[in-house]
Design a protein around this ligand. Structure first.
Ligand SMILES: C[S@@+](CC[C@H](N)C(=O)[O-])C[C@H]1O[C@@H](n2cnc3c(N)ncnc32)[C@H](O)[C@@H]1O
Length: 376
């Protein structure tokens, strides 16, 4: 697979059982965790704007589902609350941009937009400034907006996706036999390729957004990271993909997948450590860090019990995890292998995940960053 040249990354479309829209509870938990920061940034920006201006907000990697509109409605309700409490109307208008790659199911978003309007009470409508919502297809590793035109960027659960599989890996210069990401058997040179691709992409992302933000503009990012600094012991995120590689190997044994197909499949993904992210932000010197922290969320979207490290029903948790991962990686698997293997592969995956969970609960480390531009 040459994802490097033909990246058609997209989450499972529609709103059916296997869609991303029906399987996006974990990112939703992360958005809710970041909510106080989003509220604070929104309120501060709102107060700082001149009368009768337009506040521009963009959600990068918005996907299609309930979370897409969650960010919009959080910003709106923060402003509504502020206006209600202070009677400070300011005559502002709001412009939202919902960005994702062109393969994203933008049609679903447009159909869902009505829900926001229906949910608003009469009182909300009175307190809500006029707002406009537009879809914006394109990679966030390119310029998306004119210089100094955006007040607030949000990006949830998207920046661990690289712009491409590192070229030396997709060209086959360095093999990553039996793995699809960084696994225990991945050679250090390949680990470095993933790390270097993330460095380039993240720095580029920061530079592009800095150019597009107004003076004093804000950016809120959440993405999957890793707890350990040790590259080879990559923790729970690496296990999640290693288990998928294991399920693919079982499919090879059953004659459903060819060995070469697995060898040429790597995912454009990297989970950085908190220190790596801090160092890259510092190195670019473009943003003040308001907050950077790491929190964890169970692999099983239905598990909200943070007091226990035991998985009580591994089989059912395995199925829940498999549904989420299928909604995320299913389209890439379909493009590279075939749609015909999806049901069997993810049944196998559910069972290897269930076995893995018998050792104890597995968690996604999630990095939360709140940034503010310095004076340009
Ligand atoms: C796991 S989803 C998260 C969606 C949503 N923000 C949420 O929190 O539920 C990641 C999204 O990032 C998008 N994405 C990945 N790389 C991107 C890029 N370079 N430019 C724009 N969107 C990208 C994917 O298409 C996908 O929709």
């Amino acid at each position: 697979m040459d994802i490097g040249r033909q990246l058609d990354l997209r989450m499972a479309t529609g709103d059916g059982e296997n869609s991303y829209a029906s399987n996006s509870t974990i990112p939703m938990k992360a958005i809710l965790q970041a909510r106080p920061l989003l509220e604070k940034a929104t309120e501060e920006l709102y107060k700082s704007l001149p009368l009768r201006s337009t506040m521009v907000v963009a959600d990068l990697g918005c996907s299609s589902g309930p979370n897409t509109l969650l960010v919009v409605s959080e910003v709106m309700s923060t402003i509504c609350d502020f206006v209600r409490e202070t009677d400070d109307h300011r005559g502002l208008e709001l412009q939202f941009f919902l960005n994702d790659l062109p393969g994203n199911d933008f049609n679903l978003i447009f159909r869902m937009l009505e829900q926001i309007q229906n949910r608003a009470t009469k009182e909300d409508k009175m307190a809500t400034p006029p707002y406009y919502i537009a879809g914006l297809p394109g990679s966030f590793y390119r310029r998306l907006f004119p210089c100094q035109s955006v007040h607030l960027f949000n990006s949830s659960f998207s920046l661990m996706w690289l712009s491409k599989v590192p070229e030396d890996l997709s060209r086959g210069t360095h093999p990553n036999e039996g793995n699809i990401y960084i696994g225990k058997a991945t050679p250090p040179v390949v680990v470095k390729l993933f790390q270097e691709q993330f460095r380039k992409d993240f720095e580029l992302f920061l530079m592009l957004r800095y150019t597009e933000l107004v003076c004093g503009g804000r950016m809120l990012l959440t993405f999957i990271g890793r707890k350990s600094e040790d590259m080879l012991m990559h923790g729970d995120v690496a296990s999640m993909w290693e288990l998928l590689a294991e399920a693919l190997q079982t499919m090879i044994q059953k004659g459903r997948v060819k060995q070469e197909e697995l060898t040429s499949f790597n995912i454009p993904y990297y989970a950085p450590s908190l220190d790596e992210v801090k160092a890259l932000i510092k190195q670019t010197g473009l943003f003040d860090v308001e907050l950077i922290e790491l929190f964890e969320s169970s692999w099983d979207p239905q598990d909200d019990d943070s007091s226990s490290e035991v998985v009580f029903d591994c089989a059912s948790s395995g199925k829940n995890v498999a549904k989420c991962i299928r909604a995320v990686i299913g389209p890439l698997i379909m493009d590279h292998f075939s749609e015909a293997i999806l049901d069997e592969l993810f049944m196998e995956y559910a069972s290897v995940v269930a076995k893995h969970l018998m050792k104890g609960k597995a968690k996604y480390p999630i990095i939360l960053v709140s940034l503010k531009t310095d004076v340009h």
